[in-house]
Design a protein around this ligand. Structure first.
Ligand code: ADP
Ligand code: SF4
Ligand code: MG
Length: 325
């Protein structure tokens, strides 16, 4: 069995703040095989973004601190790799960030920014290229993301473009380096709903066409349902459940996943069902054991211990004592 493309094992991330230590990620693990489309879903503040920031080496440290765990890319440990190896590995991973307007540099033209990305990525891989080739690649990338007039857009400043177009440019930037792993953090949530739809459709098209490996982070179950093969459900820095996406929607086991699925607005005549009562815990003093305990209607004494991942079926694991064998 070849190494997985990305493997996060028992990762713990704390934040050292003035008010004390915030224990956010509490032993989270994830495996992404080459060619897979993986989702990470959970409420805002669950630790989805910091997990991927750690994998990309962009977690702000301090205040962040990786207190234990491993992150491996094709078997290579990113937390102990030397700077040169790290740069090379990172050039093989791209991120589509959440907020297009904050992610593009306002003072440089779109074309310049795209060609810079191409140049940097090539040099990280020990390659050189020429300006003409970079321009050709940049134009192709803009065409691939469906921008109507790539030549003109090369010469535009980000502010001259709509939010949807800016997001397309960020997708072009992430793809132009031919990454082996694409990470999309809440793609399109900063945009209005119809544009969101177009962006998601575009991403699906490109991912399928190029057979990319992608990790999609989102608080929106609809997005994982549409775009992923397998989904990790995360609650307050812990794994709740992981399964094939289709299976998760029909056979969810964890009370948190069930609550999430139930709280998706349904237009079935029953009206919109309520969300899950309560909110994510204070990370400076989180509950022992299962962090969902204060919100869980099935909580038992044993839930003060941390539930291991119980295998309920092949590829389906649930971190909940209700499934203890
Ligand atoms: N730069 C930071 N400084 C301090 N705390 C942070 C920082 N980034 C994240 N956190 C803490 O980690 C929690 C999880 O953050 P994040 O991974 O961004 O959540 P999400 O699941 O919404 O992506 C936040 O609620 C916050 O407590
Ligand atoms: S482990 Fe206990 S508290 Fe946590 S979800 Fe399961 S039953 Fe609820
Ligand atoms: Mg986030």
């Amino acid at each position: 069995m070849p190494f997985p493309l990305l493997e996060v094992r028992d990762l713990r991330i704390d934040f050292d703040m003035y008010e004390g230590t915030f224990k956010v990620l509490d032993g989270f693990s994830l495996v992404v095989q080459k060619g897979e489309k993986v989702g990470i879903v959970g409420e805002t503040g669950c630790g989805k973004s910091i997990t991927m920031q750690a994998a990309l080496g962009i977690l702000p440290m301090p205040p962040g601190r990786i207190s234990s765990g491993e992150i491996r890319f094709l078997g290579k440990d990113l937390l102990t790799a030397n700077a040169r190896d790290l740069k090379e590995i990172r050039s093989r991973i791209s991120l589509i960030p959440q907020d297009p307007s904050a992610s593009l540099n306002p003072v440089f033209k779109v074309g310049t920014q795209l060609m810079d990305v191409i140049k940097y990525s090539a040099s990280s891989r020990g390659q050189t290229g020429n300006a003409k080739e970079r321009r050709r690649l940049a134009l192709n990338a803009l065409k691939e993301v469906g921008l109507p007039d790539p030549e003109r857009n090369m010469n535009s400043y980000p502010i001259q473009l709509s939010g949807g177009m800016q997001q397309r440019i960020l997708i072009a930037m992430a793809l132009v380096t031919e990454p082996e792993l694409l990470i999309a953090d809440e793609p399109s949530t900063a945009l209005d709903v119809t544009i969101q739809d177009q962006i998601l459709r575009l991403m699906k098209e490109i991912v399928d066409k190029r057979q990319l490996t992608i990790v999609i982070i989102t608080h929106n179950l609809g997005v994982v349902r549409e775009l992923t093969d397998r989904t990790y459900v995360m609650y307050a820095g812990q794994l709740a459940e992981v399964a094939r996406t289709k299976h998760l929607f029909s056979q969810s086991k964890h009370p948190y996943t069930q609550g999430l699925i139930k709280s998706v607005p349904k237009l079935t005549g029953e009206g919109i069902s309520s969300g899950i009562e309560g909110m994510i815990p204070d990370y400076s003093n989180p509950p022992n054991g299962c962090r969902f305990r204060p919100r869980c209607e099935y909580a038992m004494a044993i839930c003060e211990e941390k539930p291991p991942d119980f295998v309920v079926e092949e590829e389906h694991k649930v971190a909940c004592f209700l499934y203890r064998k």
